[in-house]
Write a protein that binds this ligand. Structure first.
Ligand code: NAD
Length: 260
């Protein structure tokens, strides 16, 4: 069977997901993009990626907090590309708040998008992957899937859960050629991180410059942000034949954060 597969990358209209979509397309895989944003900008991004890589790229704007829309995402991907071989659960949101003030609606939304949608999308695609005896699940967890920080209770819960899902699916797919791995990035300067700088400043009572220096980069011994393309490159590697024996792993790309 061809080494070129078809992938769904959730939350690929921005940041890390967009970089993963690019990396998979550059490796020759067909990609279904997903996420929110301005329709004209998404279409421009999709068309440019198709021209740059030569891989077929489609887009479906499913809201992953709605199971019905995840079903429609899988159905449309199958209709366009024939099957789903690679699932990258990347979409994620964040709220920074002390637990006693944590808004309930944000807790529910973080759990739905960062955790439950990954379980549901795997539920919808794992059986056919096993039946075809090839599949890749890549869960974009976080350093916060391995260690905690204060004021991120919902996010840290959801990311630890993704690591648990990864291990479980690795065992369920082990004899059927389906691998499941988590990538655990440290801080990557995407819109998700930009938005939490003022929230963290408020929660900790410090300036935004101090958040970047003393909170974000303080966590990373390299004192550098991780680049989105570095996460994309690892995702593409995990889909390559060389990675077929890597499964159930949680792979930090965090400048040494979780080594401490
Ligand atoms: P981002 O805000 O740039 O992108 C998030 C993407 O998710 C966007 O495409 C957005 O439209 C999509 N999305 C959000 N809610 C959605 C919903 N309900 N349905 C469908 N799509 C939805 O963020 P990012 O930094 O690129 O984060 C991507 C992933 O990487 C997240 O899971 C995040 O937790 C994880 N992560 C990020 C960092 C970091 O430092 N940026 C570090 C570790 C892990």
């Amino acid at each position: 069977m061809s080494e070129f597969r078809t992938a769904i990358v959730t939350g690929s209209t921005s940041g890390i997901g967009l970089a993963i979509a690019h990396a998979l397309a550059r490796a020759g895989h067909a990609v279904m993009m997903n996420g929110f944003g301005d329709p004209a900008e998404i279409e421009a991004e999709r068309a440019a990626m198709e021209i740059e890589t030569g891989a077929p790229i489609a887009f479906n704007g499913a809201d992953l907090s709605d199971f019905g829309q995840i079903d429609a995402l899988v159905a449309e991907t199958t209709e366009i590309f024939g099957q789903v071989d690679i699932v990258v659960n990347n979409a994620g949101i964040q709220t920074v708040s002390a637990i006693e003030d944590f808004p309930i609606d944000r807790y529910n939304q973080i759990m739905a998008v960062n955790m439950t949608s990954a379980w549901y999308l795997c539920r919808a695609t794992f059986g056919p992957m096993k039946a075809r005896r090839w599949g890749r699940v890549i869960n974009i967890a976080s350093a916060h899937g391995l260690v905690a920080s204060p004021y991120k209770s919902a996010y840290v819960m959801a990311k630890h859960a993704l690591v648990g899902l990864t291990k479980t699916l690795a065992l369920e797919g082990a004899e059927a050629g389906v691998t499941a791995n988590a990538i655990c990035p440290g801080y990557v300067r995407t819109p998700l991180v930009e938005r939490q700088i003022p929230e963290t400043a408020k929660a900790r009572g410090i300036s935004e410059d101090a958040v970047i220096r003393d909170v974000l980069l303080a966590a990373q011994p390299t004192k550098r942000f991780v680049h989105p393309g570095q996460i994309g490159a690892l995702a593409a590697f995990l889909c390559s034949p060389a990675a077929s024996e890597i499964t159930g792993a949680s792979l930090p790309v965090d400048g040494g954060w979780t080594a401490q």
